[in-house]
Write a protein that binds this ligand. Structure first.
Ligand SMILES: Nc1ncnc2c1ncn2[C@@H]1O[C@H](COP(=O)(O)OP(=O)(O)O)[C@@H](O)[C@H]1O
Ligand SMILES: [Mg+2]
Length: 310
């Protein structure tokens, strides 16, 4: 028997369909390509890098995966200026100082330095928590990594490649169980090639109509069947040519769901151009985009949706 046999199975999923099912059980609707990426990331124990527009379900996938796997979710939200000590660990200076004072007061002349750099004075941040999580291990979400700076990306390489980190005072800390690691990027900038090479890559697109409809139905069951279908059609068309070019940022899935909730709150049974224009502030978060959705465009967008239904 090798070490490999005693380790927990890399993936509890025997097939891609099983991934689809498990995610759906956690309220997440994945298409086959995404489920394949997840299946492989688990099987090969590789980090998964998800890129896509805001609101396409990148963050939500990590949450759903943690539910589906019954693994704790650890989340590292990236931002400009994020430092290692917020991602990995920092020393609890106050406690270290107290320890040193106490040692002084008692006149103990031991090797104080080695005493204060013990694991118990370590404040563990998400990366270290993920490495040290007991079985079955954690899901680590490194969210919006494009917001962090390049030195931070470089710092991630050791973790992403080997599931280990080096702490000068303590040495190398290796994962007990490789954490399921999801990185997301809104692609505000290109990520370093070295990061990409260590990850499986998946571009997460807006959902196709059927999947968006399923999400709206699941999250807003009070919406009428007609309304849900109209929302899925309308939003889908808004994001495609020629309409998409009129807007700076198309609505994400979150906006579709919000819109459905708002329309239900307004007792809407069916969409019409007036209600679309009146509620445009839910679909778009920018003033120019709200203004760009005119009555005429709404009329245009609603027409084919109605005719298209067989
Ligand atoms: N595939 C999906 N299945 C179910 N809900 C989804 C899905 N994708 C997105 N959502 C919904 O859309 C919202 C926004 O998704 P989110 O993961 O925050 O987007 P991103 O991280 O890509 O910006 C989520 O809170 C969730 O309610
Ligand atoms: Mg997100």
């Amino acid at each position: 028997m090798t070490d490999q046999d005693t380790l927990p199975a890399a993936s509890p999923f025997s097939s891609i369909d099983a991934v689809v099912q498990a995610l759906q059980g956690a309220g997440y609707y994945a298409d086959r390509r995404l489920a394949t990426a997840v299946f492989l990331a688990l099987k090969l124990q590789r980090p998964l890098l998800l890129e896509g527009e805001p609101g396409v379900g990148k963050t939500e996938l990590a949450k759903a995966l943690s539910t589906a796997l019954s693994r704790e979710l650890l989340r590292l939200q990236c931002y400009d200026g994020l430092e290692q000590r917020e991602a990995l660990y920092e020393w609890n200076y106050a406690a270290q100082l107290l320890h040193m004072r106490a040692a002084e007061a008692q006149g103990i002349s031991t090797d104080v330095e080695s005493e204060v750099y013990q694991p118990r004075y370590l404040i563990r941040r998400p990366l270290l928590q993920a490495l040290q999580a007991p079985a079955p291990g954690a899901v680590l979400l490194i969210d919006e990594v494009d917001r962090a700076d390049e030195p931070f990306e470089a710092f991630l390489l050791e973790y992403l490649g080997e599931y280990q980190v080096s702490i000068p005072e303590l040495g190398t800390i290796r994962a007990l169980v490789p954490p399921v690691t999801i990185l997301t990027s809104n692609r505000t900038r290109e990520l370093n090639d070295a990061v990409k090479r260590r990850c499986l890559y998946h571009w997460l697109d807006y959902p196709e109509r059927e999947r968006e409809l399923a999400i709206v139905r699941a999250q807003v069951p009070q919406a009428s069947a007609t309304l849900s279908e109209q929302i899925a059609n309308f939003v889908g068309r808004l994001r495609s040519t020629p309409f998409a070019s009129a807007f700076q940022r198309g609505p994400g899935i979150a906006e579709s769901v919000e819109w459905a909730k708002a329309l239900v709150a307004l007792d809407t049974i069916e969409l019409d151009p007036e209600i679309v224009v009146d509620t445009a502030g839910i679909l778009f978060k920018q003033r120019d985009d709200v203004a760009a959705l005119t009555h005429a465009m709404a009329t245009d967008l609603l027409k084919p949706a109605e005719e298209a239904a067989p």
